[in-house]
Write a protein that binds this ligand. Structure first.
Ligand code: ATP
Ligand code: SF4
Ligand code: MG
Length: 323
């Protein structure tokens, strides 16, 4: 099976100032492995600050690996990616306000990548810009405006159109529909499904919204304090989590049934500056045992699923038993 994206043992550190002359490194991503097959939509979930955006940025080449590597179509990516390689992997950023150039009109924003990558002949740039705008529910009246004159949702739609302009093979969508109202969000999700069917687009879909992940994604990866702690087909993982953290995330989704409120709050996660010993989830894990405090848990892999927990083998009746 072709692998448009493979992330191997990826670690990304950021330097943060801790005093006037002192700095320390924050481990935003810590030894993550992830593979995306062609045409699949992989959800990436986990609470705020666990490293989802950083992992996405490393895939598009906007965060430099401290260790490990990112491969595109089986080839390791160089530090400076050539334009053809950059075109192939696009990202929709979590904060569209900061990713759009405030001086450029919507037309200029969308025409620039088309011209830079020679995605269409020069006389087709205008029609293609209009087509892209139409795809995300914007029109002629938005062509000449600048980002500050648009609403947050409209800016997000421009960012989506810009990412799709050069027909990438891989799209990292970071909270792409979180700021949109339900009807526009639904249209954008349908667009992603259609592009996957028509062009074989491969998508890493980063989201806090587990219901959307369940409805859109083929597989899901769960991230905790920089590491992938569980991964598998979304229906199997959500029906039968192999990691206590996945269970906690699912329980935290408020039920429509008022008699079953969301699960107990977990409290704040530990700082990535001071990772816990043993299993990194042990200080908050409802199932923690003595060994969890001292011994890092193994990764249990079976039939397309994996979970990093001492109890994973017993906890899960793995849906598809296999190697
Ligand atoms: N540019 C940066 N400089 C220093 N630290 C950073 C930087 N960007 C992220 N971090 C830190 O790295 C960790 C991971 O951040 P990241 O933005 O990847 O998390 P996230 O899972 O996307 O969170 P959210 O769900 O809130 O978007 C956090 O501890 C964050 O504070
Ligand atoms: S290894 Fe232990 S602490 Fe970690 S998730 Fe599993 S049961 Fe919880
Ligand atoms: Mg983020």
């Amino acid at each position: 099976m072709s692998e448009p994206v493979r992330v191997e043992n990826l670690t990304v550190n950021y330097a943060v100032r801790t005093g006037l002359l002192r700095s320390r490194s924050v481990r935003a991503v810590d030894g993550a492995d992830l593979t995306l097959a062609k045409g699949e939509i992989l959800g990436l979930v986990g609470e705020s600050g666990c490293g989802k955006s950083t992992l996405g940025r490393a895939i598009v080449g906007h965060a430099r690996p401290t260790d490990g590597r990112v491969l595109l179509d089986g080839l390791p990516t160089p530090k400076r990616r050539p334009p053809g390689m950059r075109r192939r992997v696009q990202m929709i950023y979590q904060d569209p306000g900061s990713s759009l150039d405030p001086r450029r009109t919507v037309f200029q924003t969308l025409a620039e990548p088309l011209r830079a990558h020679r995605a269409v002949p020069a006389d087709q740039v205008g029609p293609r810009v209009r087509e892209l705008l139409g795809m995300v529910g914007l029109g002629e009246e938005h062509l000449r405006v600048r980002p500050r004159e648009l609403s947050g949702g409209q800016r997000q739609r421009v960012a989506i159109a810009r990412a799709l302009a050069v027909e990438p093979d891989v799209l990292v969508a970071d909270e792409a529909v979180a700021a949109l109202d339900a009807s526009v969000a639904g249209a954008v999700l349908n667009l992603l499904r259609e592009l996957r069917e028509r062009l074989g687009l491969t998508v890493l879909f980063i989201s806090h919204d587990l219901a959307t992940v369940r409805g859109l994604c083929d597989r899901v990866a769960v991230m905790y304090l920089g590491a992938i702690v569980e991964e598998g087909p979304v229906a199997d993982v959500f029906a039968n989590p192999g990691h206590p953290y996945t269970r906690v995330l699912l329980d935290a989704v408020p039920s429509r049934d008022r008699r079953r409120p969301g699960g107990p709050p977990l409290g704040e996660p530990p700082s990535p500056l001071h990772l816990p010993s043993g299993c990194r989830f042990h200080p908050r894990c409802p199932a923690a045992e003595e060994r969890c405090r001292t011994t890092a848990p193994p990764e249990v892999r079976r039939g397309g699923r994996r979970a990093v927990c001492h109890l994973a083998s017993e906890a899960v009746s793995w849906a598809h038993e296999g190697p």
